[in-house]
Design a protein around this ligand. Sequence first.
Ligand SMILES: [Zn+2]
Ligand SMILES: [Zn+2]
Length: 267
Amino acid sequence: MSRAGPSGGLRVREKGGAFVFTFEAEFFPDLTKTSVSEFCGEELSVLLHTLRRNGQLIEQLWNLVEQNGAIKLYCIAPEEDALEPRHFNRYGLEALSAVLQKSVRPPVFRVIGKTVGLSDACACENSEYYVLFSNFAAEYSPVSCGDCNLPVPLYKLPGENEDEFYALRQWQGEYKACDSLFVLSGVGEKFGYREISEVDSSLTRDGCDVCREMSQKCNRPFYYFLHRHISPLETCPRCGQEWGLDEKLHGFYAFKCDHCRLLSDSP
Ligand SMILES: [Zn+2]
Ligand SMILES: [Zn+2]
C-alpha cells in the first residue's frame, strides 16, 4: 500500500531541490584514553545521534568500520555542506568537543557523491509555508516545503530549537507506527487508519499542536495533512467549508483549507 507523497521514495529532481550526499569520515580515537568499542559506543554515538536529531544526518543510515585503530564512518546527509560546523547546534558542538578530547587528531570528512534512491532535500531560501508529512517508510525530515514539496532538513528551519525538535520527532515516530499498522493491514489496521485520517484523532491533535508550535518558532504557516485511502473528505473536517482544489497541489494534495491549515488527498 505504498503511496507517493511529498517525500515518497525515488523522485525526479525538482525546482529548489538539493541532492542528498554520502560521506566518508575518519575518526582517530586516542587509544591511551579509550578503546575503539568504548569510543564508538559513547562519544561517537552521542555525536551521530545529536546530528541525526538536528537533521544533519539522515536517520540511522550509517555504519562504522575499524581500520588500524581508526574508525571509518559512512553516512548520508541531506546537503553537501550539512556537516559543516555552522549547522551544528550547541549539543552537536558539545558532542564534537567530547570526541576531540578522546582523539589524537580531528576527524576528516569527505563527500563520496550523490546518494541514489533517496529523496532530494529542499534548497529554497524562503519557503512560503511548510507541511508536516511522514509515512511508514520515511527516513527523512517530517517537514516538507510548501513551495518545492521536498523534505526540509531540520537544521535549516528558522528559529531556535533548544529541545532538538522533541515534539516534532515524537509525532513522527507515532505517525510512522500508526501508518505501519495501517499498511500492514492486520491487527491494527483500523486503529492506524483512524489515527492518520481523522481530524479528531489523538495523533492529528498532537500533529496540529506541533504545527502551531513550529509556525510560531519559524514564523511561517505549517499545514497538517490528513491521508484518506477510502473516502475523501469533501468539505474541510474542521470548518465545514468547501476545500477541493481545481488542480492537485504538487500533483498530490486534492484538498486545502487555508483557514484551518489542513491538507488532504483523494483515494
Ligand atoms: Zn523548498
Ligand atoms: Zn477549514
